[in-house]
Design a protein around this ligand. Structure first.
Ligand SMILES: Cc1cc2nc3c(=O)[nH]c(=O)nc-3n(C[C@H](O)[C@H](O)[C@H](O)COP(=O)(O)O)c2cc1C
Length: 203
């Protein structure tokens, strides 16, 4: 099947089906191009993006979650301005998704407990750095004590990371879809208001 004949070329329902399937698959598929979007947040002259790993996608309640260190500078930014966005591009699929969200911070609650339990030994290491991410250092460093660097720690010891662990729940306000095709690109906007609103846009 040539790319131009895909079912989601000019069909809103098929577009929505396709984008949710890409996002849901990305949570468990380490090779998915949609697993590591850029999360953008900011305030006035302090706007920045960084790569994150999406950990949960809910196509019924319209949210995406990722994990972070509570001490990261983006947390204070999100608290001040929860309007953020997630940017995805899949080169093989030729699909870009620009998702506007309202970020909700979770710390030491049911959401973080569930996510932390699913967080494996390797990922837990990220939350065991001694000082906050972004802290200046006199020498090159991982920020970890050497026993953590060498994975020489038990599951019990890794529990300390939970003190720094938080979940950002990104509640979706709109998704802008762009599909690149030789015979003509297609661009569409889905707004998740009380009722869903679909609009075609010029690419
Ligand atoms: C492949 C990859 C995945 C990453 N996943 C995450 C993540 O899920 N959460 C996170 O906070 N940072 C993640 N990072 C690190 C961020 O991109 C960023 O460097 C870090 O969060 C510190 O920056 P900030 O505090 O300004 O956000 C990831 C980086 C890469 C390259």
């Amino acid at each position: 099947m040539s790319q131009e004949q895909v079912s989601y070329y000019e069909d809103f329902n098929e577009i929505e089906k396709k984008l949710w399937s890409l996002l849901i698959r990305a949570v468990n598929d380490r090779n998915s191009e949609f697993r590591t979007p850029v999360f953008i947040c900011g305030d006035k002259d302090n706007l920045d993006g960084r790569v994150v790993v999406i950990r949960k996608v809910d196509d019924k309640n319209y949210f995406i979650q990722f994990h972070s260190d509570l001490r990261s500078t983006k947390i204070d930014i999100i608290k001040k301005n929860p309007s953020c966005s997630l940017l995805f591009y899949g080169k093989k699929e030729k699909i870009q998704l620009r998702i506007k969200v309202k970020s909700e911070l979770h710390y030491n609650d049911d959401v973080t407990k569930t996510s932390w339990d699913k967080t494996g030994h390797i990922s837990r290491k990220c939350y065991l750095v001694t000082n906050a991410p972004g802290t200046e250092s006199e020498k090159p460093t991982s920020g970890l004590e050497s026993k953590f660097d060498n994975f020489d720690f038990s599951k019990e010891e890794s529990e300390k990371g939970y003190e720094n662990f938080c979940v950002i729940k990104c509640k979706i306000k709109s998704i802008e879809w762009l599909y690149l095709a030789a015979k003509g690109h297609r661009r569409a906007l889905i707004e998740f208001k009380k009722s869903k609103k679909f609009t075609w846009l010029v690419p």
